[in-house]
Design a binder for this molecule. Structure first.
Ligand code: TRP
Ligand code: SF4
Length: 403
């Protein structure tokens, strides 16, 4: 690892099988960059797949390995990043369980994905304990590595938020020095009864409900006190945030830049729209898929002028073509001097050229399962070392380290 930045990065993906160009131009390119900048942990969230696929697990095992092959094929480097499988680090389950003891049901019920996904996947019964706990398991994934940064898409922001709240609550419940509390209460009394009560209420609102407004009000209250020492002020501020001892680290979401990769029909590239080019798509099929892409409907004949802005092929040019080709497309399309087949040919070749080295590496790992298993064994081992260390601290803090 050539990491220079001290914050650990962690991210996971549910095993959905083979990945496509949308994943490459979104998540994976981001991971490729991050692996050289931070200590990175990337894992397959196979237990998370079970939360929605508990009734048919037949695809999971295959998807786990296919996805890992794709990660390696695009250049995720196991010497730079730690790659592992969630279910092979049992400590995730232990932390999930321990956190579950103190997690209010309401915190989980109000995570937007809980209701959203139940509505979206109506055919499935998702009124399960496991599905409600999905964000809690994700929190355990993150907290167990003390990750500072979690690269995720927009849809996952709420999960990072609850992770932060859970870390704060854990530190509040189990991370206090024994006499710290006493000293803080003594300092609070010096503000007078009314202010002391207000302080205590605000602190509770912040600690238990994550109310940021309560935090800033309390900070202002402490700041405005004239009769207490600087030491007491510091104590009160520390006690307010419950930060006398940080056992679990509050992570930040690192929003993945939106992928500009369109699907073959111009909508977002997504498996559910059936508009994808998979990273393992054979060259002939790449050609066939691009050739049959819709174009500007106004261009029926070669002599009809077109408008690239109304054509999904143009969006591909914006990703794959240099200025020369782009100018050629703009001119030729608007003046009806180029044909759509010629226009598309550039994309066919660019995508094939992009995929060729990826497919070669994928072939290597597909044919050498031993090498693949070895990379994963090594990654799981490294992940487990970190996870074990955190769990030791967690058990100590909770007073259940009697072994
Ligand atoms: N919920 C994430 C998704 O669907 C996958 C995931 C599980 C994850 N655990 C994680 C992502 C921990 C980041 C960190 O995309
Ligand atoms: Fe689209 Fe290119 Fe045809 Fe214009 S020439 S309509 S940009 S495929």
């Amino acid at each position: 690892m050539s990491a220079t930045n001290s914050q650990r990065v962690l991210s996971g993906m549910r095993p959905t099988g083979q990945l496509h160009l949308g994943h490459l131009h979104g998540v994976l390119n981001n991971w490729l960059k991050l692996q050289y900048e931070h200590r990175c942990f990337f894992f397959v969230a196979d237990w998370h797949a079970l939360t929605t696929q508990y009734d048919d697990t037949s695809m999971i095992a295959k998807s786990v390995w296919e996805m890992l092959i794709d990660w390696l094929a695009v250049g995720i480097n196991p010497n730079e990043a730690t790659l592992f499988i969630q279910s092979r680090v049992l400590e995730h389950a232990e932390l999930h369980l321990l956190l579950s003891m103190s997690t209010p049901l309401s915190w989980l019920e109000r995570v937007p994905t809980y209701k959203d996904q139940q509505l979206k996947l109506k055919e499935k019964d998702l009124t399960t304990y496991g599905f409600l706990g999905y964000p809690l398991l994700q929190s355990a994934d993150i907290l167990i590595y003390k990750a500072g940064l979690v690269p995720v898409g927009e849809d996952q922001i709420a999960h990072i938020e609850i992770t932060r709240e859970l870390a704060r609550r854990f530190n509040f419940l189990y991370g206090r020095e024994p006499d710290f509390e006493e000293k803080a209460c003594e300092a609070a009394r010096k503000m007078g009864k009314k202010n002391a009560n207000l302080y205590s209420d605000l602190r509770k609102r912040y600690q238990e409900q994550g109310d940021d407004e309560a935090l800033s009000t309390a900070q202002a209250l402490i700041g405005s006190q004239q009769n207490i020492s600087l030491g007491d002020k510091k104590r009160l501020l520390g006690y307010l945030e419950g930060d006398s001892k940080t056992i679990l680290l509050e992570p930040q979401a690192l929003l993945t830049p939106m992928s500009k990769m369109p699907g073959l029909d111009g909508q977002k590239m997504s498996k559910s729209y059936q508009n994808t080019i998979s990273l393992r798509e054979p060259p002939a099929q790449v050609e066939q898929k691009i050739r049959t892409m819709p174009t500007d409907p106004a261009r029926v004949r070669l002599t009809d002028a077109g408008d690239p802005d109304k054509c999904p092929v143009w969006q591909f040019h914006q990703i794959y073509s240099g200025t020369d080709v782009k100018d050629w497309v703009q001119q030729g399309c608007r003046n009806a001097t180029i044909g759509c087949i010629a226009c598309k040919q550039h994309i066919v070749e660019a995508v094939q050229a992009e995929l060729a080295p990826i497919q070669e590496r994928a072939k290597h790992y597909s044919e050498d399962q031993g090498a693949l298993r070895a990379v994963l064994s090594d990654g799981c081992e490294k992940a487990r070392d970190v996870a074990r260390e955190t769990m030791e601290e967690v058990r100590q803090a909770m007073g259940i380290a009697y072994r």
